[in-house]
Design a protein. Structure first.
Length: 404
């Protein structure tokens, strides 16, 4: 039960206590007082739950949690790929067994085979090298050094993720509430209807094509299993993150900055003033209190150099009025092609929806001409997603942010 409903009940109980007091009805007063005490306990819990929800990380909606847990512990990407190269040469029974369930999630059969999204829940990293150095010799694959890449950020800010979609998805939205009016006694109310529209999520496809050595795929090192996951998730994870922030390109989802109707704030004077104006606009628009800034490392560098009246650096947090701040190289730095203009966004990131239709679909092709001549394997990875903002006014984008 929501806090508002509990507060309404509490008001009714207090009215009953007042009535019982006026009538000097001790029995009724004591009964209402007991109800009030019990209700206050529920109200305290409800407020704690709402506070926890405001600070909760991005949630995944739908899905079989028991199966997801089993997939995380048992599904082996290396076995799945090796089983497609040489069927019967390796025990990939579990990887084949879960394919019908993954196809059910996606709403269609895979062109090759599906890799569940559960395998890609952590930070996306890229890898370097040709794979031959990863075959066990005297090397230490357990000490493999990841490349430095941008973090995927929007989910950690609280974006809402909807899994298992099929076909275009229309999500109803309240566009306008009935007008409330005051009337005299025995006077008629004016007619006023609620307005509704919808947000549509439709499949958008992203993919990567790569060539791997046969030895790298067939060898069984657990560290290489993790490397294969990172290699497959590299471009897909970062591409989806960038699309969720900006998007709007050919065949891309519309990200936050490409959404029509988001609020804007011209960069004025300094970051302190600009951030304050952005916060104020979100306040006026009734945006939920769970908000964060997202910007580039370039903006962070400039903000850290701002000093107070005595010449001391203020640091980043006061610059943005102690609001949560995240920095990522996935945020665009060229919003204006004629100038070095960086993105600076403030809002409630749970208002950003990421729809997922397809698990990562992997097609292994050992007969692709270039790969075949070297005994290698061509692998194509694709994912199908879309992004949408529930209420554009929940985001404020600073414009003309120039980093010099």
């Amino acid at each position: 039960m929501k806090t508002a409903e509990l507060l309404e009940q509490r008001s009714g109980i207090v009215d009953r206590m007042n009535t019982a007091h006026e009538k000097d009805d001790n029995e009724a007063f004591n009964a209402a007082e007991k109800e009030l005490k019990d209700l206050d306990g529920k109200l305290t819990r409800a407020k704690r739950i709402e506070a926890a929800e405001r600070t909760e990380q991005g949630r995944t909606i739908a899905g079989d949690h028991k199966l997801e847990s089993e997939i995380r512990t048992r599904f082996n990407l290396g076995r799945a790929i090796a089983g497609r190269i040489d069927p019967g040469s390796i025990d990939d029974a579990f990887e084949r067994e879960v394919q019908p369930e993954l196809a059910k999630r996606a709403g269609k059969a895979a062109q090759g085979f599906y890799i569940p999204m559960e395998l890609f829940e952590k930070r996306v990293l890229t890898s370097a090298g040709d794979g031959a150095t990863l075959v066990p010799t005297d090397h230490r694959p357990d000490q493999y050094i990841d490349a430095l890449t941008a973090n995927t950020i929007v989910r950690s800010l609280g974006a809402t993720v909807l899994n298992g979609l099929s076909g275009n998805v229309d999500i109803p939205r309240e566009a306008g509430a009935p007008t409330i009016g005051w009337v005299a006694e025995n006077a008629a109310l004016s007619s006023s209807d609620a307005d509704f529209d919808s947000i549509t999520l439709s499949p958008k496809h992203a993919g990567a094509l790569s060539e791997w050595s046969r030895n790298m795929v067939m060898q069984s090192s657990p560290q290489v299993e993790m490397l294969l996951r990172r290699m497959l998730a590299r471009d897909l994870g970062i591409a989806i993150d960038r699309a969720a922030i900006l998007g709007g390109g050919t065949n891309e989802p519309d990200g936050v900055l490409s959404t029509v109707g988001i609020q804007t704030q011209a960069y004025t004077t300094d970051y302190i003033t600009t951030a304050a104006e952005m916060i104020a606009k979100a306040d006026i628009a009734n945006v939920d209190a769970r908000r964060s800034f997202l910007t580039t490392p370039g903006v962070r560098k400039v903000a850290m150099k701002v000093k107070d009246a005595d010449g001391y650096p203020l640091g980043v947090a006061p610059q943005f009025h102690n609001e949560p701040i995240a920095f990522s190289n996935n945020v665009p730095t060229t919003l204006d092609p004629t100038a070095n203009k960086h993105g600076l966004i403030y809002g409630d990131w749970s208002e950003l929806m990421i729809g997922v239709w397809s698990e990562i679909d992997i097609l292994v092709n050992p007969y692709e001409s270039t790969a075949y001549s070297k005994g290698n394997i061509a692998i194509r990875a694709m994912a199908t997603v879309d992004c949408a903002v529930r209420h554009p006014a929940a985001f404020v984008s600073a414009t003309s942010v120039v980093v010099t």
